[in-house]
Design a protein around this ligand. Structure first.
Ligand SMILES: Cc1cc2nc3c(=O)[nH]c(=O)nc-3n(C[C@H](O)[C@H](O)[C@H](O)COP(=O)(O)O)c2cc1C
Length: 176
C-alpha cells in the first residue's frame, strides 16, 4: 500500500523525537568511492560482533555495498556537521578531502569519533530500504563529543550528558 505524503511527514516528525548519533557509511571498489550520511545505525550482537544499517533503495552506497561486501561505519564528531552535510547530497559528486584509504583497504572518514570496519553478514529487504547486517572485523574509537541528530537538526550533547574519557558504562559485561 502506498502511504499518503501527509502521513509520511507525520511519521518522520514522530520518529524524529528519537535522538541519534550521526555516521557516514563508506565503501569502495578500487578507486570508485561511495559514502552516505546515515543515522539508522545500531549494534546488534556481541557474539559474533554484528551491527545494522538501513540503506534506501536507489542510493549509490547500497549499490556498492552489495557489490563489494565491505563497508566502514564512521561515527561523526560534534565538529563534523560539514561532513554530515557533504555526504547527504543525493547525486552529488563524492566529497573530496574527508576520507582516506587505510592500510586494510577500507575507505574511512578522517577525524571520526569511532570507526567500525565491517564485512557484509546478511541483507534483508524492508520496504523501500535494505537492512544490511555487518560483521565487525575491526574497530577503533577515541574520546570526544558526538554529533547528534534530533527532529531534523544537528546538535551536540549537554555537558552533563557526556561520559568522561575513560569511564565505561556496563562494567563486567552486565549490560549497556
Ligand atoms: C542526518 C541524516 C541521516 C540520514 N540517514 C539515512 C539513513 O539512515 N538511511 C538512508 O538510506 N539515508 C539516510 N540519509 C540520506 C542519505 O545520506 C542521502 O540520501 C545520500 O545522499 C545518499 O547518498 P548516495 O546515493 O551517494 O549513497 C540521511 C541523511 C541525513 C542528513
Amino acid at each position: 500500500m502506498l502511504e499518503d505524503p501527509g502521513r509520511r511527514l507525520d511519521f518522520r516528525d514522530v520518529v524524529g523525537a528519537f535522538a541519534t548519533g550521526v555516521t557516514v557509511v563508506t565503501t569502495r571498489i578500487g578507486t570508485t568511492y561511495a559514502g552516505m550520511t546515515l543515522n539508522s545505525f545500531t549494534s546488534v550482537s556481541l557474539d559474533p560482533l554484528l551491527v545494522l544499517i538501513s540503506l534506501a533503495h536507489g542510493t549509490r552506497t547500497l549499490e556498492m555495498v552489495r557489490r563489494c561486501d565491505r563497508f566502514a561505519v564512521n561515527v561523526l564528531h560534534r565538529r563534523q556537521r560539514d561532513v554530515a552535510l557533504a555526504f547527504a547530497r543525493p547525486g552529488a559528486a563524492f566529497p573530496e578531502g574527508h576520507t582516506v584509504v587505510d592500510p586494510a583497504g577500507y575507505l574511512v572518514v578522517m577525524h571520526s569519533l569511532a570507526i567500525l570496519r565491517c564485512q557484509v553478514f546478511s541483507i534483508h529487504a524492508a520496504g523501500d530500504h535494505d537492512l544490511v547486517v555487518g560483521e565487525v572485523v575491526d574497530f577503533e574509537g577515541s574520546g570526544g563529543e558526538p554529533l547528534i541528530f534530533h527532529r531534523g537538526a544537528f546538535g551536540g550533547l549537554d555537558a552533563d550528558a557526556l561520559v568522561p574519557r575513560g569511564r565505561v558504562i556496563g562494567l563486567g559485561g552486565a549490560g549497556w
